[in-house]
Design a protein around this ligand. Structure first.
Ligand code: HEC
Ligand code: HEC
Length: 290
């Protein structure tokens, strides 16, 4: 802050404190009379003195403000005689956090997957990391939501296992399912939707599903496979079960086909260090075992 602004702030602050005090003292009832002397149609205004406890509290808080502004930064560029700064405090707290948790992380980073599952502290740290970083999308319990996969079941869009979870955290996951409205047309969307319902073992219209089969073979097999079992390398989900990322009703599937879907799991390589990713992968893989 330039020194002109600094003085502006200092004067503004000090004058308003002094002004408040002066205003308070000048308004104390000292006349000894019970009314202000105002009289409207026989209604008079009483002039009671402010209660002493109230006035004293006001004065004490003004004195406190003065002391505070001398000790802590608050008056323009004046840094206060206590030399306190929020940046120092954060640095001190971070250092304390580091000193406290570095040995713990170092120990947990040595454990393999099975040991991470069994270690109580690894589970606790993993759970905390999960709640802080993942729960906004995957839910506090990891059960997912529309568009965000459930991590507690045994269905893995991008493949199962500790290393796959680590890869997801390190690199993120970008799913690309194009929209098919132009290629299939309205009739085609309906037919292929019925075919997908058939693959999933859901209620469907057999004639429409049969019509959709040839279009499915032409447009969808490359990614989802002839039986709809999906492809973890591309992140193409299994369509032949009743687990849906974007809903399994005819309307939801038709919407997916028409517009495509591009689920995006962000990379955490810059947010979490390798030790944390290791511990978190142990926690996430343990969720589907419970
Ligand atoms: C901004 C939302 C978001 C956050 C935050 C997020 N994810 Fe994800 N995650 C997704 C989405 C969306 C997908 C699915 C991508 C797709 O469509 O294939 C996904 C996929 C995954 C997968 C692959 C699932 C599978 O079935 O193969 C794993 C594992 C995963 N996330 C773990 C995590 C963990 C652990 C965290 C916390 C560090 C996390 N995610 C944070 C959105 C998020
Ligand atoms: C280029 C590869 C590719 C092709 C071709 C493709 N898909 Fe997909 N499909 C994907 C991917 C990847 C996802 C996951 C999208 C996401 O996670 O956001 C997906 C998602 C879906 C879903 C949503 C599944 C769920 O769990 O909600 C359906 C339904 C689907 N595809 C059907 C089809 C049909 C039918 C065709 C052919 C018309 C097709 N896909 C063609 C890659 C493909």
């Amino acid at each position: 802050m330039s020194s002109a602004w600094s003085w502006f702030v200092i004067l503004g602050t000090v004058l308003s404190l002094v002004g408040t005090l002066a205003f308070l003292l000048s308004n104390r009832s000292t006349s000894g009379q019970e009314t202000t002397g105002h009289d409207y149609d026989g209604i008079q205004e009483l002039d009671n003195p402010l209660p002493l406890w109230w006035v004293s509290m006001f004065i004490v808080s003004i004195l406190f403000a003065g002391g505070y502004l001398i000790y802590y930064p608050g008056l323009g560029n004046f840094s206060g005689i206590g030399n306190w700064s929020s940046a120092d405090q954060v640095a001190r707290e971070q250092q304390a956090h580091e000193d406290r948790f570095a040995p713990l992380y170092a120990r947990l980073a040595q454990l393999d997957e099975a040991e991470l599952h069994a270690d109580r502290q690894a589970q606790q740290v993993g759970r905390r990391l999960f709640i802080n970083n993942c729960s906004t999308c995957h839910g506090v319990t990891g059960q997912g939501a529309f568009g965000f996969p459930n991590l507690t079941d045994d269905e893995w869009i991008w493949g199962k296992g500790f290393d796959k979870v680590k890869t997801a955290l390190q690199n993120g996951r970008q799913a690309a399912m194009p929209g098919w409205a132009a290629a299939l047309g309205d009739q085609g969307i309906d037919d292929v939707t019925q075919h997908v319902l058939q693959l999933a073992g859901s209620e469907h219209n057999p004639e429409a599903a049969a019509r959709g089969a040839s279009q499915y073979a032409m447009f969808c097999v490359a990614c989802h496979g002839p039986e709809g079992s999906g492809n973890p390398i591309l992140g193409a989900p299994n369509l032949a079960n009743d687990i849906w990322l974007y809903g399994g009703s005819a309307e939801a599937i038709a919407f997916t086909l028409r517009h495509g879907r591009n689920g995006n799991m962000p990379s955490f390589a810059r947010v979490l260090d390798p030790d944390q990713i290791h511990i978190l992968a142990g926690y996430v893989t343990s969720l589907s075992l419970k």
